[in-house]
Design a binder for this molecule. Structure first.
Ligand code: SAM
Length: 451
């Protein structure tokens, strides 16, 4: 009987590997057919609103039981995307950040972070407090992560480009919360990415599980006593999900599972009711597994102190920055000022000295010192709300299009020459210099596009 059904589905969906079809029919029993049918349907696009930015108009189609989730597609060329008001992320992966939900002031690690879906979600909860170390092992992917983090506009985040092993040497028992969104066989992305189907083979899940256990060992070195760990994959393979978590519980007896509230059609893990699975025939989104673990050891009375960095600004640099901040800013950017060459950064408060790590983003880039003057950065203009800045100019939709394609913009009315935060749809798009009524173009060359 099972064989006849498998053959039917194999013929119906030639794109899915035969072994995959048979495996999930066996695992899901009666609902196997519904599951396989749902894999032939379109992926569900969605996004999150960024609570660090200003929302001018309400958005329709909220995802139930989420603070910032909405169904729908947002264009990468829209004002909402370019100013960081929205982050495109399908609904099932949104559940990972929601389970992690760090509280303000926490020290958080996102161990496999690019392109940044979980990182930006975690930053929404932290609300510019505490510290997020967002790590990505691949250099190329870490660059995309930095771009997405900068657009989101948070100040309390550093991006590292390290292996979990190197990071663990540096941060023993350090983090209150670690999110490991592990590299996996990617079955849950089959609808979004046809390549994921090509990579899949019967032994792939077991191979991935080996890597996942190795990364978890490093995560456990970095978890502070009493901390929480959120483990997720975008695959349904039990080898990479419940089996990995069973291994973890066996080897780290201080850990125990916390129950995940099953919202919007999430279901229990296989023989692991605390964990959560998302299948597209039950949950409006792609595939995901999440386990939430608590370390039961008592928290350390005093948190581990790593060596702190020192400010290294010259008197002249300090004066130039203070002059700019006094004239332009309505906010005290708490943090430590440091220069790298002639670039000025604001490091999150309490950040240890990371000079020995490969950094892709060392806190918030404030700007550049140029012969006796200071030029504010694009990142600073994205990270500040309009009420944190004294001088701003708002672009119309048409001017926005001209600006992002690299053109100057003529500004009507009486405005003195100097630096302005550029606003579109109420949110920052960097800083730019106004010279005699013309707004010069400071939109980064690498990000320019025409529409
Ligand atoms: N969390 C990301 C997000 O929400 O946008 C998605 C992360 S993706 C599922 C897994 C990441 O693990 C990839 O960026 C990949 O480069 C990284 N990775 C691959 N091998 C790794 C390893 N050995 N250690 C740590 N990360 C690894």
């Amino acid at each position: 009987m099972v064989q006849t059904t498998s053959l039917f589905w194999y013929n119906a969906f030639m794109t899915l590997p035969k072994a995959f079809i048979g495996k999930y029919q066996a695992i899901l029993g009666n609902s196997g057919d519904d599951f396989l049918t749902s894999l032939q349907q379109e992926a569900v696009p969605a996004f999150r609103l960024n609570p660090l930015k200003k929302v001018q108009q309400p958005f329709p189609n909220a995802i139930p039981h989420t603070p910032w989730g909405y169904y729908g597609k947002v264009s990468g060329k829209s004002i909402e995307h370019v100013t960081g008001l929205v982050y495109s992320q399908e609904p099932a992966t949104q559940m990972v950040g929601q389970v992690a939900a760090p509280t303000k002031g926490m020290k958080v690690l996102d161990l496999a972070a690019a392109p940044g879906g979980k990182t930006t979600h975690l930053l929404s909860y932290l609300d510019n407090t505490g510290l997020l170390v967002s790590n990505e092992i691949s250099k190329k992917r870490s660059k995309v992560l930095v771009e997405n983090v900068e657009r989101f506009g948070a100040r309390n985040v550093v991006v590292t480009n390290e292996s979990p092993q190197r990071l663990a040497e540096f941060f023993p028992a350090y983090f209150d919360l670690i999110v490991l969104d592990a590299p996996c066989s990617g079955e849950g992305m089959f609808r979004k990415d046809a390549d994921a189907i090509q990579y899949w083979h019967q032994d792939y899940p077991a191979q991935c599980a080996g890597l996942q256990r190795e990364i978890l060992k490093e995560a456990m070195i970095m978890l502070a006593p009493g901390g929480r760990l959120v483990y997720s994959t975008c695959t349904w393979a039990p080898e990479e999900n419940e089996a990995v978590i069973s291994w973890l519980l066996e080897h780290y007896p201080d850990l125990s599972l916390l129950p995940i509230e099953k919202i919007n059609g999430m279901v229990e893990g296989i023989d692991m009711p605390e964990a959560a699975r998302m299948y597209p025939h039950r949950f409006k989104g792609e595939g995901q597994f999440i386990a939430h673990l608590q370390d039961r050891r008592p928290a350390l009375k005093k948190s581990l102190k790593l060596k702190s960095p020192k400010s290294n600004l010259t008197q002249e640099q300090k004066r130039l920055w203070q002059e700019f901040a006094k004239k332009h800013l309505q906010v005290d950017l708490s943090g430590l000022l440091q220069t790298f060459g002639d670039q000025l950064y604001c490091l999150p408060e309490g950040l240890p000295d990371l000079a020995k790590l490969k950094l892709a983003r060392n806190g918030l880039h404030l700007g550049t010192f140029k012969k006796k003057r200071f030029e504010p950065s694009f990142a600073l203009g994205l990270a500040l709300t309009s009420d944190q800045v004294n001088y701003s100019l708002t672009l119309s939709e048409e001017d926005f299009r001209a600006y992002v394609s690299g053109n100057t913009v003529a500004i009507d009315g009486e405005h003195s020459n100097g630096w302005y935060q550029v606003l579109a749809g109420g949110n920052g798009l960097g800083f730019a210099k106004l010279v005699n009524g013309t707004l010069k173009n400071y939109f980064p060359k690498g990000l320019r596009f025409s529409s």
